[in-house]
Design a protein around this ligand. Sequence first.
Ligand code: DP6
Length: 387
Amino acid sequence: MSGSIHLFNYFYGLIEQTTNTLIYRRPTMYNNPELIFEQSVPQGKISWRSPSNIALVKYWGKRDVQIPLNPSISFTLSKSYTETTVEYSAAEEDEPGVQFFLEGEINTSFGEKISAYFQSIGDIYPFLKQLKFTIRSSNTFPHSAGIASSASGMSALALCLCSIEQKHFGGLDSEADFFQKASYLARLGSGSACRSLYGGLVSWGKVNGREETSDLWGTQQIKDVHPDFLTFNDSILIVDAAQKKVSSRIGHGLMSSNPFSSARFEQAQKNIGRLMDVLKAGDMDAFINITESEALTLHAMMMTSNPYYLLMKPNTLNIIERIFDFRKNTGTPLCFTLDAGPNIHLLYPEKLNTEVNAFIDGELKPFLHQGRVIADRVGEGPEKRKQ
Ligand code: DP6
């Protein structure tokens, strides 16, 4: 390994350690010492299905215990989801507290992460240490599709925990209370996960002039939204299926030393305010402008971090250029956004399905990994599964 690469990895290691301690510092809201089993410890099983989401205004940068440095808003997806089943019974001394199975196979590294997460929320749910868990999780999107599963995975897990609370202690009777707490708990596991608790469009983070918004949980934003946006399609174009080299957690951490960070946080605040007006008015041109600018700004933040890095691939740019040309030449109102990775989310109104799919098949497929496209759309949010 060359000296500079060694230094690069060393630096990232330090950030990873620092952000880990930030994430797992104990939260204070919802702390409740009474949520403990006084007599016998029950056993049970609960399952939730929870979707992934794609941000239009991006969350990039956080402080303290998963508090975002700017507000974000996302489309909840429909077909990309995680289904998680949690089985619990009385803890035993010599057995691990969490056994985690992903797609039917034991995964000790995820199991350890979930144990650490359970410890971090020990003041909210003291009963967790009285239990042992077998957790089975599966995603509809293949692990190798390069799609992050933390939003769907953490929201599904948070929902299971809230269901355990509700079943044995009550107190989360209203739907609003139940989902708000699940969103709060999901946020502590992964920031963007708190937006997966509701269907349609969901914001997270305090938006100037919007009293209903919060840094602590997601808020559904479908009132007054033009109906076209609630049935949008998202064709996820898989450019590269490899796991990304720099995690989002590290990327968030690098914003603290990015020279453009304060301008970026202000821009996001303005963009989300504008976007909320645009969603109401149904102004497609302005929607396209804000969405694509946000995607490129996210990647500009990666390129202007120190150390700098690139997650787009040559074919990401090839596709973006073709999207620009197609839109200019045909007037079709479609646009792209990007996650923290090379894959493209192609967003367009449902009624353009036929022509956009012809464009994908005719012009974009050659740039895709094994020609792979996940045909997703805006979805309705999580669903409790029957046992
Ligand atoms: C680029 O929510 O994955 O997708 O809070 O560290 O788990 P953690 O990060 P994560 O970051 C997502 C970043 C993003 C933008 C977004 O979804 O808003």
